[in-house]
Design a protein around this ligand. Structure first.
Ligand SMILES: Cc1cc2nc3c(=O)[nH]c(=O)nc-3n(C[C@H](O)[C@H](O)[C@H](O)COP(=O)(O)OP(=O)(O)OC[C@H]3O[C@@H](n4cnc5c(N)ncnc54)[C@H](O)[C@@H]3O)c2cc1C
Length: 531
């Protein structure tokens, strides 16, 4: 371990891994400090969405993910009588060009991210080192780290201690984050608290319950049954009022639950089981001076929408490019406050959706369940009921043209990715683009729309320029997006969100000017609590 780095990442769960990979790919000297000597072995997340698959594409691991993932084409919610209350169709690719829902097991993903991080020369992964204290000294963050040995409850300090400094520290240190505590940020808690017993099983016949992704909204025992990636099935049972962890967290109880679903020891191997408490909360401020937060350290949500880790990976992805521009002197430090407001706005949407889904399933009162069923069955039978899925969330206020309080438009929303014809072959378009900003223009060379000054500015940011022609846009997805967004030019940020749009050369030049000003002083009109 050296004594000084550009960035210290505290915690090496999937979010810390992603932050380290992204910053390491940009060439920064990154140290990762992780308490446990080994990766966390227990499966938690089982689902990621198409936007996360697109981020995995960006870091070049899509091909290696294929053997450890499987798409889910449906997510069905049934009542105790087996009637369908909700059916979410996931058979079409999402806006990012990847399957809308992919199932996996978290330890296998973390293993792959670990190998990816450690292959980067500038990333120094230090497992078995706990950050016991840290403080922001103004120009550097000072972190006290102590070595420990053993896993879980057996972890104990060995007595070896060091100090490490870094220009920035990112707390990816999970739900009980020390970095969040040191930042003193207020935490908003929605008071949604439910205990669930989670069990991971390996069917002896891989075809057993294959393709089933189900919420059984039975007030006698709300139950989740989903894929845990190829060859695995995940079961989750809500603890009923009055039930204790001690009563349910044992193999006898788990087998009883499985047998009630017609699954016995002859059918599956029981991999592990554990009770988790699902909560809904977020930190109000994700930056204080040189300290930053991402992932579970910044927010927690119940897993019904499968968005906890996904949100954390989005945090790391958005934070990495903001921090890159700040470190290069191309953006003012206040864009890191925009990181909070952008991501927190998006995150609150994910939490609200998870809690709403949780309210549907976490009902143990038969009368309440009957009332819920009546509403959902009536909605399902009514052809006038549109999609029950909320529109895709946009960023909160920050480095984009979307104005707070106004109807969400293209600015601040996720730009699509689709299949394209490039150099005589079909591929996902971003395989052919750089990692920075991209200026897309419909039927025109984007450089031709820019003044020399604006073009030079985008060049300094390492932007890509792309003319969207019919030949390239083989599915018509990009043309359809420009038409529905009522524009012909889109300036897209490194995290795939739209900075802003234009429809003429003058407007395109103004768009680039607004980017330059936003990177110096983002328009964050809301207050960020100071702690
Ligand atoms: C049952 C369940 C199901 C879920 N399903 C989904 C799903 O389907 N999809 C989804 O997107 N999300 C899901 N989630 C959420 C997802 O698992 C978490 O959001 C994700 O693991 C958070 O990653 P993280 O890196 O932020 O934190 P963690 O994975 O918790 O990692 C934090 C790391 O920081 C380390 N650390 C803590 N303090 C220190 C310190 N002082 N010094 C050094 N190291 C430290 C810890 O040892 C740990 O390794 C689920 C969660 C649960 C419990």
């Amino acid at each position: 371990m050296r004594s000084d780095y550009d960035v210290a990442v505290v915690g090496y769960g999937p979010v810390g891994q992603m932050a380290a990979i992204l910053l390491g790919r940009m060439g920064y000297e990154v140290v990762v400090l992780e308490r446990w000597p080994e990766l966390y072995p227990r499966p938690r997340a089982v689902h990621y969405d198409d936007e996360i698959a697109r981020i995995f594409q960006r870091i070049g691991i899509s091909g290696r993910l294929a053997p450890i993932t499987e798409p889910a084409t449906t997510y069905e919610w049934k009542n105790a009588a087996g009637q369908t209350l909700l059916l979410l169709d996931r058979s079409e690719p999402g806006r990012s060009g990847w399957p809308a829902a992919t199932m996996f097991t978290q330890p296998q993903l973390e293993q792959l991210l670990d190998e990816t991080a450690k292959a980067l020369g500038s990333v120094d992964v230090q497992q078995g080192w706990e950050v016991s204290d840290l403080h922001d000294a103004g120009d550097r963050v000072h972190l006290t780290v102590r070595r420990g040995a053993g896993g879980g409850r057996d972890w104990a300090p060995t007595g070896e201690q060091r100090t490490v400094t870094a220009a920035w520290a990112i707390g990816c240190d999970g739900a009980n984050s020390l970095v969040r505590e040191r930042m003193g940020t207020p935490v908003e808690d929605l008071g949604f608290v439910f205990d669930w017993l989670i069990a991971d099983t390996v069917p002896r016949d891989p075809g057993l319950l294959a393709g089933v992704n189900l919420q059984r909204c039975d007030p006698a025992r709300p139950t989740t049954l989903v894929s845990g990636g190829p060859g695995r099935r995940r079961w989750e049972w809500m603890l009923l009022p009055g039930e204790t962890r001690r009563e349910v967290e044992n193999a006898e109880f788990v087998w009883r639950m499985l047998e009630q679903s017609g699954v016995g020891e002859a059918d599956v191997e029981l991999e592990r089981f554990i009770v988790y408490t699902f909560r809904a909360r977020w930190a109000e401020r994700w930056r204080a001076g040189r300290l930053l937060l991402a992932g579970d350290a910044a927010h927690l949500m119940p897993p019904f929408a499968g968005q906890g880790m996904c949100s954390g990976i989005r945090d790391a992805f958005t934070l990495a490019w903001h921090l890159d521009l700040v470190l290069k002197g191309q953006a003012h430090e206040s864009t890191l406050d925009a990181y909070t407001t952008e991501r927190r706005g998006h995150l609150q949407h994910a939490i609200a959706m998870s809690v709403e889904l949780g309210k549907v399933i976490c009902i143990s009162d038969p009368a309440e369940a009957a009332a819920r069923d009546a509403i959902l069955l009536a909605a399902a039978a009514d052809p006038a009921t549109g999609s029950i899925e909320p529109p895709a969330p946009s960023l909160g206020p920050g480095v984009h043209d979307g104005a707070p309080g106004e109807e969400p438009g293209a600015a601040g929303s996720l730009f699509p990715q689709a299949s394209a014809r490039v150099g005589g072959r079909s591929c996902l378009l971003e395989e052919t683009l750089g990692d920075g900003f991209t200026l897309y223009a419909l039927d025109a060379d984007p450089r031709g729309l820019l003044s020399a000054t604006a073009a030079a500015y985008l060049e300094t940011l390492g932007a890509s320029f792309l003319a969207v022609t019919d030949e390239l846009d083989e599915t018509g997805a990009y043309r359809a997006w420009f038409e529905s967004s009522d524009c012909t030019v889109a300036l897209v940020r490194p995290d795939f969100y739209v900075f802003g749009t234009a429809s003429s050369p003058e407007q395109t030049d103004e768009l680039v000017c607004r980017l330059e000003s936003a990177l110096q002083k983002p328009a964050i009109r809301e207050e960020i609590p100071t702690g």
